[in-house]
Design a protein around this ligand. Structure first.
Ligand code: ADP
Ligand code: ZN
Length: 631
């Protein structure tokens, strides 16, 4: 589909946004980026996941003469990206190692014929002399360098090929280039500019906030049943990811969820490549699927309607937490980032830092990163403010969309119990782990304790009225706040940190967050489900129709329509194609292809028991819209 080239370029861009993509307005600074590129300038774009980076190069590629070349390392995603564009009526293709020679030649011929608007290509393929010589002969609208942080030697995704992409500028100085990434830090940004020679590029930096993600962090008491309550309460039919630390735990949680009646698939490095590929494919193509995974899962997952990301263990750092939770809600609809953590996580991660044979400098950094994360967990204020502050962004007001904002945590004066715990560590000689210490505090005179003579220390049995769970919570917070250290011996023994002296002497007190009552409150709270329409039944029916069409076409359902679009349909219940066109995410092509089928459902063969209001009686007006001839 080629727009008319006569209109002013930004007006064309606006029409493409509406007619091709079906969106009403630009998000973030999409408009400015698009204008820069159309005018022939270079751009560097930093936008969070789900911010809408793709439109930034797709629209200018359609407005400018020639083909837009998109460089991406994520070859597994190219098929879906191209399918999505074709659904919109845009002629797109990809070139990577997965194509056989014949398909490759066909794409190259299309390229030479000027038949493509967008071409996705892997960096190593683009840099081949044969490919460059083809590019010499065609008109190129722009180069988009996606995942541009891959040029960074220090990042985890470094690609050598990416550093050679500066050749594009040398060889095609007239062609605008846009580099895109969701990695925020300034060092990476500097490297991208340096390596790709983008010194004169406009920089477009968006806030890294993901306002539609609701952050919640709680203490694990009975993790599985807490998880089940959460899923039942908030996400009965939604797709999501559950992260666990070990493979064994992944298998166990996936099995357990299946027993409870959800469809949950395991994903970890212990499975064969084929098993992993199948799990990933089902996750993308079927509705309401849960993936239970170690962190091996996620890179290159572009599913827009992941409604929750659960952590059943602490991630390694704030960076990891933000990246993993960022896979939720890419479509901008409400999503949950929900984490449980416990004492054992803390001990495991602390031990992990202690045990690495890395040099001191590295250990210190790893230690600080863990501390920041623990700070986030035990925080009493707004989680989003803390998260953004960690990434160098300050936010004036609390967000109103995290657990602490929604239900300010209660604090309690833990000074007395903290003193008991600390002196118990001291009296028993600073050589024992949490469980042992709790037994002493609660006065359990078993053989081991008697043998050690710890049934005779002054702290024996002084904490009977606190349950073991309450003591564990207290110990966890004493460790996370640095009053207690883990002994480097590797057996989880605790010793006192100098920091606890004023507390032990009674010079300072200690306020801690109340953990238990909040859990109960959480159960009671009335909260609407994320994708809650006034018409859940109709929404489900629309979703079924979408699945049916997606199956016919062999694409993931979200490529047909996003949840957000179905949600709007269920709310507004359009009865004519013209009304349907007003729905967010319905462009001309999709209106032509699927408009009538969805109207059929909305107007007539709707599931029983649905109230469609007075308009439901109206006949479907198919005359309003005159489809163009196929191009
Ligand atoms: P990113 O690459 O930055 O993670 P995408 O380009 O995949 O994000 O866009 C995320 C989602 O937002 C997509 O589903 C896209 O269709 C949608 N989107 C992008 N721009 C707009 C807009 N201006 N209005 C509405 N939806 C948009
Ligand atoms: Zn908040």
């Amino acid at each position: 589909m080629r727009p008319m080239k006569s209109k002013p370029p930004m007006q064309q861009a606006g029409h493409i946004l509406k007619d091709v993509f079906g969106f009403d307005e630009f998000r973030h600074n999409q408009g400015e980026v698009i204008e820069t590129l159309i005018d022939g300038g270079d751009a560097l774009i930093l936008m969070p996941t789900g911010g809408g980076k793709s439109l930034c190069y797709q629209i200018p590629a359609l407005v400018r003469e020639g083909v837009g070349i998109v460089v991406s390392p994520l070859i597994a995603l190219m098929q879906d990206q191209v399918d999505a564009l074709r659904q919109l009526g845009i002629s797109a293709a990809f070139l990577n190692s997965s194509l056989d020679a014949r398909s490759r030649r066909r794409v190259e011929q299309d390229l030479l014929d000027g038949a493509l608007s967008l071409l996705y290509v892997a960096p190593e393929r683009l840099l081949m002399p044969q490919m460059l010589s083809i590019l010499d002969r065609v008109e190129v609208a722009l180069f988009a360098i996606d995942e541009a942080h891959c040029v960074s030697q220090w990042g985890h995704d470094f690609r050598k090929d990416y550093q050679q992409l500066s050749v594009l500028h040398e060889r095609y100085p007239q062609v605008p280039r846009v580099a895109l990434t969701a990695t925020a830090d300034t060092r990476t940004r500097r490297e991208i500019i340096e390596q790709l020679d983008l010194h004169r590029a406009g920089q477009f930096i968006s806030s890294f906030d993901r306002p539609n993600i609701r952050y919640a962090i709680g203490e694990a008491v009975n993790a599985k049943s807490q998880l089940w309550d959460f899923l039942e309460r908030e996400h009965r039919d939604d797709a999501g990811i559950v992260y666990c630390l070990s493979r064994k735990r992944v298998d166990e949680v996936a099995d357990w969820l299946c027993d409870k009646g959800r469809i949950a698939l395991p994903y970890h490095a212990g499975l064969s490549q084929e098993e992993r590929r199948l799990s990933q494919q089902r996750f993308l193509r079927e509705d309401g699927m849960i993936i239970v995974a170690t962190i091996a899962f996620g890179m290159g997952i572009d599913k827009p309607d992941v409604r929750f990301v659960v952590h059943l263990n602490l991630p390694k750092s704030m960076e990891a937490y933000y990246q993993e939770t960022g896979r939720a809600g890419r479509d901008g609809e409400p999503a949950d980032a929900w984490m449980l953590y416990g004492l054992q996580d803390l001990i495991t991660l602390r031990q992990f830092v202690l045990d690495t044979d890395a040099e001191e400098k590295f250990k210190r950094v790893a230690h600080q990163k863990l501390e920041s994360l623990l700070g986030l967990c035990d925080l009493i204020g707004c989680r989003r403010q803390a998260l953004l502050a960690y990434f160098g962004e300050s936010r004036e007001e609390p967000c109103g969309n995290c657990d602490n904002c929604l239900r300010p945590p209660q604090t309690w004066d833990a000074s007395e119990y903290a003193r008991m715990a600390l002196s118990c560590v001291y009296r028993t000689g600073q050589g024992f782990g949490v469980n042992y210490l709790i037994d002493v505090l609660r006065g359990k005179a078993d053989d081991r304790i008697r043998r050690n003579g710890h049934d005779r220390v002054s702290t024996f049995g002084i904490g009977k009225e606190q349950s073991a769970v309450q003591w564990r919570s207290l110990f966890r917070q004493l460790i996370s706040q640095g009053f207690l250290d883990l002994d480097s011996g590797g057996f989880g023994a605790l010793c006192l940190n100098g920091k606890c002296r004023p507390l032990l002497r009674g010079e300072t007190g200690l306020q801690l967050r109340q953990q238990k009552p909040r859990e109960k409150q959480a159960k009671k709270r009335e909260k609407k489900k994320p994708i809650q329409t006034r018409n859940q039944g109709l929404f489900d029916a629309l979703r079924e129709l979408r699945t049916e069409i997606a199956r016919e076409q062999g694409v993931p359902p979200y490529i047909i329509f996003h949840d957000k679009t179905l949600n709007e349909m269920a709310e507004q219940q359009p009865v004519t194609l013209e009304q349907m066109r007003g729905i967010n995410g319905v462009g001309e092509q999709k209106l032509q292809r699927y408009g009538e089928r969805f109207l059929g459902l909305l107007c007539g063969q709707s599931p029983t028991g649905l109230d469609h209001g007075p308009e439901a009686e109206n006949p479907v007006s198919l005359t309003v819209f005159q489809p163009d001839t196929e191009q």
